[in-house]
Design a protein around this ligand. Sequence first.
Ligand code: G6P
Length: 609
Amino acid sequence: MCGIVAYLGENNAIPLLIDGLKRLEYRGYDSAGIAFIDKDKKLATIKRKGKIKNLEKEIKEDMFSNIGIAHTRWATHGEPNDVNAHPHTDCKGEIAVVHNGIIENFRAIKDFLIKKGHKIKTDTDTEVIAHLIEDNYRGDLLNATRMALNIVEGTYGIAVISSKEPDKIIIARNGSPIAIAQNDGNYYAASDASAIIGKSESLYYLKDKEICVMSREGLNITTLDNIPVTPEFQKIEFDLSQIEKGGFPHFMLKEIYEQPEVIMNTIRGRIDVENGDVRLNGLKDYKEWFGKDVNRIIFTACGTSWHASLIAEYLIEKLAGIPVEVEYASEFRYRNPIIDRNTAVFVITQSGETADTLAALREAKKKGANVFGICNVVGSTIARETDAGIYVHAGPEIGVASTKAFTAQIIGALLIALYLGRMRKLGYEEGKTILENLLKLPEQIQTLLKEHDKIEKIADNFRNSKNFLYLGRGLNFPIALEGALKMKEISYIHAEGYPAAEMKHGPIALIDENMPVVFVATKDSIYDKVINNIEEVKARRGKVIAIATEGDEDIRKVADFVVYVPKTIDVLVPILTVIPLQLMAYYLAVYNGCNVDQPRNLAKSVTVE
Ligand code: G6P
């Protein structure tokens, strides 16, 4: 959610900043802008509504500077236009600020600044930071920024430059991620590692209320209260090829195809097939507590990660017999969640930066809970603030609509369910069977992906559909929700997910010959009941697309279209059934000319509440 890049060093900052912005574009693409110190030591600002390519058109070949800041926006305050695009400047155009986050008290600050004679030009919350710095400037940019940040309330990751001190960038963070890196006299800052890859091998994520001065003398990090900080740099764990499309037309498609490999990365070093058990070093300090004391688990998350939590609920209850509740992170702290010493709280998050999930985590900790993470991005805020947890190692996910991270989250949840189960009621044989079948999944997914032509053709039949209904039962219910979410997110077609049996309590009223209904109808204990639900749809002339188990010929008699998934055991079914739904949403989005990787109004990492 909003991407920031900053650079100071030997090279031309401008192409470097544009390149960094392109890698962060998934965080927001309402507008983009840069500010740099030009040849006459003046502050230059260029900003444009829309994608980075609009900004790029404004860049002249002879523009040169070796210091600059840049921003790609996901609008919160003020409509997306040229004026509201970052960077924002003070009255004299000498100080420029880029910001990710929300300044909650900006209205009061704005009134105060206007009374003092400042000229506010935009509708954004960010602009007040530039004016506050101007207001507090007494010959020291660091100090003025500190004073400004002591006045603002809310979240920020910011970068500031000024023509008054043209060899310096000030970076600060409270709640919105900022990583910094250095290499041979070149200094970088960015909202995440993807903009820094290839420039440096390691990075340091600023902590909340830390402020960093980048200058030709190096990095100087302190807290807002001026206590020196010694940064611990960590190795960047992925390389450039992982954030490029590798021959695929879209990141989303590439990421769908990466799922077999992702599964292997999530389980690597963690499974012991012979003993039907798993090793989770990330949870080892709590092993005894999980084995004996935990009597209730709460999962909290947002979006696709919330769907993964629903699957976790089913898996843990089935394999470990511990009661589980799932709560939207955005709702968690607005009720009074009952947490005691024996409650474990798990958060699931791809980015590790989702503001609502972070707020839920902090609320749970405040109530004394042990909080654990199932997280993808290494070193992210949530990964750091949880007491323990596991990384899912899906690699960088660039497509805004989550695919491979979802699969990895389900595998992560399964490993935790097995871990807890084997300490409790789950027998060795059952554990072993699950693991043996888990190892077959990557190949089964490869087989399923070969069906892409067929799925593309099915999607073709529904190019003009305005609505979709997704139905499933048991473990396939969260998959129905996820299928509907993918469809909405990237193809802008309205879609609803429901437990199949709930259809008769409302959605059935929507069914006519124009309503495609996707049934996730694999062969399991409730298969016959799902077939009855399909009949109910057919009786009302709905069009049925069934995701069924390979070999199930009967379903052809009731469904208009069938996609088969390979046979596996119940607990692994969702990992297979979600794939045709991801592909179907993908193909429909392509047919409809939608921007698959950067759907309108969405952002990959939602760092505002
Ligand atoms: C955004 C993304 C979703 C994601 C959700 C939660 O809405 O577009 O794909 O599922 O945030 O993000 P997280 O990083 O916490 O999993």
